[in-house]
Design a binder for this molecule. Structure first.
Ligand code: BG6
Length: 466
């Protein structure tokens, strides 16, 4: 018996700012991500997002290649700064036209569009009006969500609210949300994003009652480093801060008492009004989408461990909360070229955990391996490591489905090469290669990698032929 349901959404993902480029074309207004590569704190030798993969120009070719790969779905984000021009909420018709064209082309090719409303790129006018932690953020996002739902709603069955809301909170400074990491403002970011998300869900139910909508955080099972009881407490703490605060807010409409006590113990005032709680409890999702790259292993921080820790903090590693919990290496796992641990069995564990906790159908909106792919003399990209990564993860997803987990689809990262959040274009994820380097844009030619043909075959057999 096939593990994967009929109509399973085998797909792939991208995000607007990482793939589109053309940041001054089509009436797009500036966003936080436009100047990313130019900032003094940005690592040297790595491109920013100005050109990216020039998908804004090449979208038709890209969709054609996705269709030839047999994708059943394509998860992409709409660029907020392409749609809304200013604080007054004026709409940019060219932006609407671009995404309408893209959606129509996908539908023509029988590819289900799965649309993320917001994936990391914040219009500067929002930042200038108080930013994500400011009092006007929720209003700005609600208006934007409404514009999307009214303009594209008739064609979209699956909406995603905010990409990696949890990462935006935990790495607020890294993703240009705050100038510096500071817990009081990070809490405001958390609460505003939760409210904005709930408002978008409520709007979706009003405007597009037939569509389904869900969040898209980055979720990882957290292991305890040892069976020392203190390490298990650290695991629970990290789990709460990394995973559950966000999913509890959207799925249960509340913050847990343990979380509220943790905030209080840090001397921070965090008050949630009755009206806000009502908004949270009305804005419940139809499904949970999440991004999975790896698991995390936690230990209770000791002075020695803190001193020895040299891991750079990013989406998957280096999380440290003194007195509370810290991420540590898992010696049982191999790593990618970029130091992210690879844990396919952890994928099954994570799927099981999320499903047990919330009992909602799920889709995977990111999963993949960043690698320095090489275009060889035969004009091909032999990315057997990517095929192996997917084989192992898809096998474990199949086992999770056999365990009883309800899955709608799998949209790995990424459909096409794009610029990584902080490691340039050399950290490639795509099934489709884009011929450019960090600073030499070459011809931007699209080339199918070996993994492209492998995935095509897998989709054709609905996951039978892994
Ligand atoms: C996720 C993001 O955190 O991970 C993507 O949603 C990102 O935008 C992906 O590209 C991979 O991370 P990175 O840092 O390797 O690009």
């Amino acid at each position: 018996m096939n593990k994967f349901p009929k109509n399973f959404l085998w797909g792939a993902s991208t995000s607007a700012y990482q793939v589109e480029g053309c940041i001054t074309e089509g009436g797009k207004v500036p966003s936080t991500m436009d100047l990313y590569g130019d900032k003094p704190n940005y690592p040297k030798g790595i491109t920013g997002f100005k050109e990216a993969s020039e998908h804004y120009k090449n979208w038709k070719i890209d969709v054609e290649m996705m269709a030839k790969m047999g994708l059943k779905s394509y998860r992409f984000s709409i660029s907020w700064p392409r749609i809304i021009k200013n604080s007054k909420g004026e709409i940019n018709p060219e932006g609407i036209k671009f995404y309408n064209n893209l959606i129509d082309e996908l539908l023509k090719n029988k590819i289900e569009p799965v649309v993320t409303m917001f994936h990391f790129d914040i219009p500067l006018f929002v930042m200038e009006d108080g930013g994500v932690h400011g009092e006007n953020f929720v209003k700005h996002f609600e208006l934007y969500a409404e514009v999307l739902l009214k303009n594209f709603g008739s064609k979209i069955n699956y909406w995603l609210t905010i990409n990696e809301l949890n990462v935006l909170v935990m790495m607020a400074a890294g993703f240009e949300v705050l100038e510096k990491q500071d817990f009081t403002n990070q809490l405001k970011v958390l609460h505003n994003l939760n409210l904005a998300q709930a408002k978008a869900i409520i709007k979706c139910k009003e405007i597009c009652p037939k569509a389904k909508i869900g969040p898209a955080p980055n979720i990882s099972t957290v292991y305890a480093n040892t069976c020392k009881p203190e390490d298990y407490t650290a695991k629970l703490n990290i789990d709460m801060i990394r995973n559950w605060v966000y999913l509890d807010a959207v799925c249960k409409g509340t913050y847990s008492k343990v979380f509220l006590n943790f905030v209080k113990s840090m001397g921070i005032k965090f008050e949630v009004s009755k009206e806000e709680l009502e908004t949270l409890s009305k804005g419940k999702p139809d499904f949970i989408a999440f991004n999975y790259y790896s698991t995390m292993t936690a230990q209770m921080p000791t002075d020695e461990a803190l001193k020895e820790n040299t891991e750079k903090f990013d989406q998957q590693k280096g999380l440290v909360l003194p007195g509370f919990g810290m991420a540590t290496k898992n010696p049982n796992l191999q790593k990618t070229q970029f130091g992210w641990e690879i844990d396919p069995v952890g994928f099954r564990n994570t799927l099981r955990e999320v499903y047990d906790r919330y009992s909602l159908p799920m889709m995977i909106t990111e999963n993949g391996i960043g690698a320095k792919d090489i275009l060889t003399e035969d004009g091909k990209i032999h990315d057997d490591y990517r095929i192996e990564y997917y084989q192992k993860h898809i096998e474990q997803m199949g086992l999770a489905i056999q365990d009883g987990v309800e899955m709608i689809g799998y949209m790995p990262w990424s459909a096409i090469d794009l610029v990584s959040t902080h490691e340039g274009i050399s950290k490639r994820y795509g099934f489709i290669y884009v011929n450019r380097d960090e600073f030499d844009l070459k011809d931007m030619k699209r080339i199918e990698k070996d993994s492209y043909y492998w995935y095509k075959e897998l989709i054709k057999t609905n996951g039978e032929n892994i």
